[in-house]
Design a protein around this ligand. Sequence first.
Ligand code: SAM
Length: 262
Amino acid sequence: MEADDVRRAWEANADAWTRHSRAGYDIYRDALNTPAFLAALPTVKDLKGLDIGCGEGSNTRQVARLGANMHAIDIAPTFIRHAEEAEQTEPLGITYRTGDAVSLPFEDDTFDFATAFMSLMDVPNQRAALSEACRVLRPGAFLQFSILHPCFVSPYRKTLKDEHGRRVAIQNAGYFDNIDGRIDAFWFETLPDELRQQDGPFRVPRFHRTLSQWVEMITMAGLTIEQFVEPCASLELASKEPVVADTRIAPMSLIVRVKKPM
Ligand SMILES: C[S@@+](CC[C@H](N)C(=O)[O-])C[C@H]1O[C@@H](n2cnc3c(N)ncnc32)[C@H](O)[C@@H]1O
């Protein structure tokens, strides 16, 4: 699958994704993944940062509120339009641009840090995206990114429930299948039926890679691994937001912090 096909797919998702996530239906993001990501993030106050694959900008805004001077790119123009509208409503000094993670529109050694929230696994050429991120970081700067967990969200995944509807196991298959652009159709889990019918499912091209492939791509890009975080819902969160309870069985996402050597 080519970058143009990926852009078209995300462009088709962008309006509904923005509405549904802003209405609070992206519970994994809001309740678990973003808080875990921000907890792992080093201090960014007064640093110049780039958010890669920013979507409608919710997470970019969170990083900007920590005092960073943020720039952000996304391949889908409609996401960028929604992000810019939010910037007009709540100015945080964020500069958004439409762009592809594999050819970032920035000079070498520009940023003190970069983030990529749940976006790099959606790029067909992840190796090139990691190399590009490395190129635009200044020596000593870090990239922190989250992806669907390569080990526990393999190409075929099912959450198994007991007779009481409790999530008790995760079934995974196809770990070594390097799928390239298979379209997965889904809704945010708690989205009401009327919105499902109105908007249809998101259609997301998937590019699954194994954990060892991710480590190889990171090191070949010239980056060194600093930290892995595997978000797991607390008992309290799992009972408040049952959607994320399966992360107590196995993680849904992996947060990785890597560094460009000095
Ligand atoms: C799962 S969404 C995450 C959006 C946002 N980071 C968030 O956390 O809400 C993945 C995003 O990656 C973007 N994306 C996919 N391929 C891309 C590419 N090659 N370059 C830049 N952005 C890309 C999509 O348009 C989409 O906004």
